[in-house]
Design a protein around this ligand. Structure first.
Ligand SMILES: NC(=O)c1ccc[n+]([C@@H]2O[C@H](COP(=O)([O-])OP(=O)(O)OC[C@H]3O[C@@H](n4cnc5c(N)ncnc54)[C@H](O)[C@@H]3O)[C@@H](O)[C@H]2O)c1
Length: 262
């Protein structure tokens, strides 16, 4: 299968379903929002209140919700707003996250650690908690966008990797708790993806070609994917095609973690 055909999303996989996508204003979250729309879902996106959110709302013609995940009351309110706007909730995609700093344990500052814990862990947990009664009503599902960093660890990203490992444990635990309610909970772990933010950061580095070459060497498949190669996996996991899949930590890594490769 070539790359072009791998990015297409069957148009009816999510038809009639209602989804809230956090961090849907940019990067992987925006690609997921686009793919969900193409697959027939009604969507709302919740993210930091900035021009990316406005632009995405305009482009996708969907409900936008300003949100600060580090604030529990704001998170609860955002879920409520989405339920009201969509008329219910079948799918919660917890994609929003803080990804900085790039630092090992010994140089990570207390405020940086706190922000990662507040947004990535506490925020994700609280969004799930807030969405639970609505998802229970619809026998819906949760998809947590985690990271391979939470599976393998990542050099110079200890605090970030820790939050993603926590999200994987939360995913399996909630799948165990909510299975009897018919709610599925899965996680999707990208290795890396060419988001606009990553591309801009790489371009600003002294040697962008070296960064691209490193990112391309990581996956066994030999290239760093575009975001639209990640999004169809999210569609699948939230669709009826995956109705017997729960508690699964899906590696979307191009085989980065397999074997003893140089
Ligand atoms: N891009 C990658 O290479 C990569 C690799 C592995 C995992 N991931 C994961 O994929 C997800 C998306 O990453 P991305 O690179 O597309 O991100 P991005 O930086 O492009 O976008 C982040 C999104 O999260 C939102 N956000 C950030 N802080 C928030 C807060 N406090 N409250 C509400 N929303 C907030 C932003 O508004 C934005 O919509 C993240 O969970 C990230 O950990 C990304």
């Amino acid at each position: 299968m070539n790359k072009e055909s791998a990015t297409t999303t069957p148009s009816s996989l999510l038809s009639g379903l209602r989804a809230l996508i956090t961090g849907g204003s940019q990067g992987i979250g925006r690609a997921i929002a686009e793919s969900f729309s193409q697959a027939g879902a009604s969507i709302a996106i919740a993210a930091l209140r900035d021009h990316f959110l406005d632009d995405a709302g305009e482009a996708l013609k969907c409900k936008t919700i300003g949100l600060d995940l580090s604030d529990l009351a704001d998170t609860e309110r955002a879920v409520k707003d989405a339920v009201t706007a969509l008329g219910g909730l079948d799918i919660l995609v917890n994609n929003a996250a803080v990804v900085t700093p790039s630092a090992p344990v010994e140089t990570t500052e207390a405020d940086e650690l706190q922000l990662l814990l507040d947004v990535n862990l506490r925020g994700t947990f609280w969004a799930m908690r807030s969405a639970y009664p609505h998802l229970k009503q619809r026998r819906g599902c949760v998809l947590n966008v985690s990271s391979m960093a939470g599976v393998t660890g990542q050099a110079r990203h200890a605090a970030y990797a820790m939050t993603k490992g926590g999200i994987n444990a939360l995913t399996r635990s909630a799948a165990a708790d909510w299975g009897s309610d018919g709610i599925r909970v899965n996680a999707l772990c990208p290795i890396a993806a060419w988001t606009p933010a990553l591309r801009q950061w790489a371009d600003e580095q002294p040697n962008p070609a070296e960064i691209a070459s490193y990112l391309n060497r990581l996956p066994a498949l030999g290239y760093c994917p575009e975001t639209n190669e990640i999004a169809p996996v999210a569609v699948f996991l939230c669709s009826d095609a995956a109705r017997f899949v729960t508690g699964h930590i899906m590696h979307v890594s191009g085989g980065a973690e397999v074997g003893y490769r140089l």
